[in-house]
Ligand binder design. Structure first.
Ligand code: C5P
Length: 335
């Protein structure tokens, strides 16, 4: 394997992080919107949306493997057979993150069906901490002091950003009953733990053996597909039998599904070029981006000085964490 030049990989790192910020922002806003549309009660089944996203992911990743093999179908088949069927033990390892991601993906819909987008996003920031703790304990990653400091800055920044929204609030927020809030919060908190664990586990697999990222993702996607289909059968089996798995799908549903599938791919790229913790910072930036969108496009958000200081802290923390984070350091070297 050729070592990438550090400038090149640094550029890739920030590019994928930027893409992730945009993807997260649009996914959260559109997913929340899709769950609050008042319709004729024919809302789509979220368990089915998770399955659809897995299918799209598998298709895209297979195409990417095909591209890596210069569009030779035979070479692709050979590689996939070798990597997936002939190494059942290696393949089985991916069942763990796939199972957890399936639970997590379903939980996110529960969360966004019960919480407003901002509360959801801010609370989901706790995954940076769970991820850091899992990275330290499972990958043996060492964080230097400026990285710990940046985690603290990040939390402080997120709190400041959240402050005005919490007190001003939107009418929607006030209507939500406490029990919805509780269910939503529990869902996000559990998702934080799952996200941290699954992400670090996948990063470990990715960095341990030199295997194509896309082959890994096909493996992950296949398990994800099996688990999410099981989930759909268990929770919505009857409704699927009655009106089919695509009931209630509309253009917005399809957008959510595609964005989620693409998100999985960007997440994988970020894990490869950067790491899981840095990935979390991208989500923080996305909070700020969605607030700016609310301000400039929707006109329903009044940023205060508090917001601006918080935003500045979050951005500073992101660069502080990434700064001097040598591409060759960390997990890959440990094993
Ligand atoms: O919130 P978090 O960053 O943990 O979300 C990870 C998301 O990325 C999940 O939806 C998961 O299904 C997806 N993913 C993926 N492929 C990977 C890693 C994560 O599709 N290799």
């Amino acid at each position: 394997p050729v070592m990438m030049s550090s400038t090149h990989s640094r550029r890739m790192k920030y590019m994928f992080l930027g893409v992730l910020v945009l993807q997260t922002t649009s996914l959260v806003l559109i997913m929340r919107y899709s769950r609050t549309l008042t319709g004729d009660g024919s809302r789509y089944l979220t368990s089915s949306a998770v399955v659809s996203a897995e299918v799209i992911k598998i298709i895209i990743c297979t195409l990417l493997v095909l591209m890596e093999k210069n569009f030779s179908v035979r070479a692709m088949n050979q590689l996939l057979t070798e990597e997936i069927l002939s190494k059942p033990l290696e393949t089985m390892k991916l069942a763990i993150p796939a199972g957890i991601y399936t639970l997590q993906n379903n939980l996110l819909y529960v969360a966004l069906s019960n919480l407003d987008a901002t509360t959801y996003q801010v609370t989901y920031q706790l995954k940076i901490l769970t991820t850091a703790l899992f990275s330290v304990s499972m990958l043996g990653k060492r964080l230097v002091s400026n990285q710990w400091l940046s985690l603290l800055l990040l939390l402080a920044g997120v709190t400041l950003v959240q402050w005005p929204t919490a007190s001003v609030g939107d009418s929607e927020e006030k209507v939500l009953s406490a029990s919805f809030q509780f269910v939503g919060l529990m869902a996000v908190l559990t998702a934080c733990i799952f996200s941290g664990f699954a992400g670090v586990y996948f990063e470990k697999i990715l960095k341990e053996a030199k295997q194509s990222l896309w082959v890994r993702n096909v493996q992950l996607g296949l398990f994800g597909f099996v688990f999410s289909t099981l989930g759909m059968m268990v929770y919505d089996g009857e409704r699927v039998a009655q009106s089919g798995m695509f009931q209630g799908y509309n253009k917005i549903t399809c957008t959510v599904v595609v964005l989620q599938a693409l998100g999985g791919l960007v997440v994988a790229l970020v894990m490869k070029y950067a790491d899981n913790i840095l990935k979390g910072f991208a989500t923080s930036l996305s909070i700020i981006v969605s607030m700016l969108i609310s301000y400039f496009l929707l006109g329903d958000f009044n940023p205060t000085g508090m917001f601006f200081s918080g935003a500045a802290l979050v951005i500073a923390a992101t660069f502080l964490y990434g700064y001097e984070h040598k591409p060759a350091s960390g997990s890959a070297e440990k094993v």
